[in-house]
Design a protein around this ligand. Sequence first.
Ligand code: GDP
Ligand code: MG
Length: 372
Amino acid sequence: KVGMNVQDLSKLLHRDTAEIIKKLFLLGIVTNQNQSLDEDTIEILAADYGIEAKQKEEEDLADIDRFFDDEKVNEENLEPRAPVVTIMGHVDHGKTTLLDYLRKTNVTEGEAGGITQHIGAYQARLDGRLITFLDTPGHAAFTEMRARGANVTDITVLVVAADDGVQPQTIEAINHAKAAGTPVIVAVNKIDKEGANPDQVMNQLMAYDLVPEEYGGSTIFVKISAKFGQNVDQLLEMILLEADVLELKADPTVPARGSVIEARLDKGRGPVSTVLVQQGTLHVGDPVVVGNTYGRIRTMQNENGQDLDEAKPATPVQITGLNAVPAAGDRFVVMADEKSARAAGEEREKRAREEVRNSSSVVTLDTLFNTM
Ligand code: GDP
Ligand code: MG
């Protein structure tokens, strides 16, 4: 181990310090018990005792991405989890209307007395099964999260108004879903409207490889009216069907990790963040590293303002207890203790600052170049 001194080494080898010092002296190295030894010296000395000294590979605590490896979950502990759905589509095609309808009619149990709050995500329920909706439908949020490496969406619901057809942001949404590799379910919306032409939407989308089953393709289309709730349950059914195909699973037994959906600074409560748990179970009191900050989960609430003690995979929760405001798309991981959470968080903050400094010098050069 780097930085090990004679005393540490003698303890490790179960020898007297005096004996070690003598041996080192015979090797031509003059030391005292507090002197730290370099790797080579330790190796030579250990070899003399017939022991192979190997430097333990330092774990980079700040590298929280390594916690996301699937290898770190136990195959035997995998349990089905709720699908995470993002709704996308052209402006005014009915994304917000659909999200609002779902929230009103399919909210989860026990919300009585709770105050619905917009925390960036919520869970809807159909036949006792949960579906997690991210309710920041902006394409920018989706791209920003993906740019930060957060691939939280399992299924994209593409809303296309039947009276308007495929529009620029419809195509943009298709491209985002393709880039993210998520299956697309098409919700042909506003079928209640006069002049609605769902068949035309289906025809248009074929040019983008979204071919309905009745035309020999594999894309699910549901004709809905988000405003009146027509066929919305059918849409949920289709989402669950798609989820079954994807066999979404997670291990609730490992230390929790996931991604930030949104975050802000609250005057009274400090940094408030909505996180989506992706593996493991998050508990109140857990020490966490989040993006470039850290903390200990002080409170945890669902979208109905209810306090929770724990949150299982695919559950969105609003948390407090962080030292700073993270960014949407930042990853979080629960650490073994508060000390390592702090160390990792501070190291990540430092590295981020260095990165900014390095990139800003590039910008300066660039700017200089452009003004020449
Ligand atoms: P967004 O921009 O995609 O979020 O679209 P909104 O949900 O804000 O909807 C835009 C407009 O379309 C609003 O005036 C909605 O009331 C209306 N709208 C949304 N869904 C439907 C629908 O199914 N039927 C009808 N008639 N109007 C709808
Ligand atoms: Mg909207």
